[in-house]
Design a protein around this ligand. Structure first.
Ligand SMILES: [Zn+2]
Length: 450
């Protein structure tokens, strides 16, 4: 697209807004990009593009993977611009490009790394046309936001440009099926000792063969629709991984690629984070970094502290764990992590969506897609549900088989920690992306109490 008067006006005004924001000591907002797109609707299409653009999308894990990729690039001395401090929608992408350009819009860096919201990819992908696009997975998310996974597959298929090289999860048939004619590589975790035949989860969104509709047979199903399947009727099967984590140890994984196995450090051995690390390795390798350089850099990084934070206070572990509000899959993963964590556990649940909660929390249907059943384990000695919908969460806990004497519930989130019984060895605080301050406050009061 040509650069016209409205583009330059939009660029000029947004640049001024960056200066103004800097004067009042603020940075990393979406305001400059918002201004630019307001003044020039197809601003992103007219903005000069860095030589290489990497996109990272998917339902769960995209922020973790993007942060990891950026940390490795930093440690390897590769300059780039990114939308880490802004949002993952079009205004965040525009803000990052504006901040990293001169007054004519020419990029100051040759590489851009963008986390891209899958739901609104129509506003970003066709304009920025990534060279490499990673999709972590496609799951059910909040009903209000993205309805059901096939809807998201459809949005991505429509708006990912032809020819974009894709890096996809081979163990997720929904993700693996994206844009079948585009060039692609797959990442996969080979069968592990803990992988069983059946899934314990309520939500399982891939049951029949995407090609012929026959019932799939599963070699193993890890959780939800993640696993490896084949169709007895037509021969369709999960694709083979080009990057396969073959062996998982406590703090490292062996990844087979191009006929060789390379070790990479793992900050966290739980499978969701193994997928995140593996996805980052595949993406960075496709970008052109050497396996040894990626491995050395990963040894110096960890899983971002905003996602998972573990602290010890007087012999008791306190763990902040992200569980995105209204996202049944993210919550089910968190509940399973609590069950599988060693020792006696207590959990404080802040599950209300922050923006909804400001007015009213309307939708409780997703509680019945989330596997609260994991919490009905003998090792989970106390569960405290706090927030506007505490009665609904309490009901769901009872229906999941949690014993009433182990479940507490209250409206006032600030008081939740006061109800903690002393017997748990570990306290999990589940929070939404937007309630990190609340979670931190409660964490402080938990650590002071013990
Ligand atoms: Zn089939």
């Amino acid at each position: 697209m040509k650069r016209n008067f409205s583009f330059y006006l939009a660029l000029f005004v947004s640049k001024l807004s960056i200066l103004a924001l800097r004067l009042v000591g603020r940075k990393g907002t979406n305001l400059p990009g918002g201004c630019a797109i307001f003044l020039c609707r197809d601003f992103l299409g007219r903005m000069p593009r860095p030589k290489t653009v990497i996109g990272i999308t998917g339902t769960n894990g995209k922020t973790t993977v993007a942060n990891l990729v950026e940390d490795v690039l930093d440690l390897c001395g590769v300059p780039y611009c990114c939308n880490r401090t802004g949002s993952n929608v079009d205004t965040g992408v525009a803000s990052a490009l504006i901040a990293s350009s001169d007054w004519l819009g020419r990029p100051k860096k040759d590489l851009a790394v963008f986390e891209l919201d899958e739901r609104s990819s129509n506003l970003s992908m066709p304009y920025i046309k990534p060279d490499l696009l990673l999709c972590t997975n496609i799951f059910r998310d909040s009903y209000k936001r993205n309805a059901h996974p096939e809807f998201i597959v459809d949005v991505l298929n429509r708006y990912i440009p032809d020819g974009v090289k894709l890096i996809l999860n081979a163990d997720d048939l929904m993700c693996a099926s994206l844009k079948p004619d585009n060039p692609r590589v797959y990442f996969s975790i080979a069968r592990q000792p803990e992988d069983g035949q059946g899934s314990e989860n309520i939500v399982q969104d891939v049951r029949s063969c995407p090609r012929c509709g026959a019932a799939l047979e599963w070699d193993f199903r890890r959780y939800h629709h993640i696993g490896r399947a084949r169709c007895p009727a037509c021969g369709f099967a999960s694709p083979q991984g080009d990057y396969t984590a073959a062996v998982l140890e406590e703090d490292r994984m062996l990844v087979e690629m191009g006929g060789q196995a390379h070790p990479f450090p793992l900050a966290d051995r739980r499978l969701i984070n193994v997928y995140n690390s593996l996805a980052a390795v595949a993406l960075l390798r496709e970008f052109g970094l050497e396996p040894e350089a990626i491995s050395q850099a990963m040894a110096q990084t960890g899983i971002s502290a905003t996602r998972f934070l573990e602290e010890e206070a007087n012999g008791r572990k306190v763990i902040l764990h992200l569980a995105k509000g209204q996202n049944p899959v993210a919550c089910s993963r968190a509940f399973q992590n609590i069950r599988d964590y060693p020792g006696k556990k207590a959990a404080i649940l802040f599950l209300d969506d922050y923006f909804d909660a400001a007015h009213t929390v309307e939708n409780t249907a997703w509680y019945y897609d989330a596997d609260f059943e994991f919490l009905a384990d003998d090792s989970v000695v106390q569960i405290i549900a706090a927030g506007a919908r505490h009665w609904d969460v309490y009901l769901r806990l009872l229906m999941a088989g949690v014993q009433p004497e182990r479940a507490e519930h209250l409206r006032d989130t600030a008081q939740a920690a006061d109800l903690l019984a002393p017997e748990a060895d570990a306290v999990f605080i589940l929070y939404d992306v937007y309630t990190i301050d609340l979670a931190n406050k409660v964490k402080s009061s938990v650590t002071l109490d013990t």
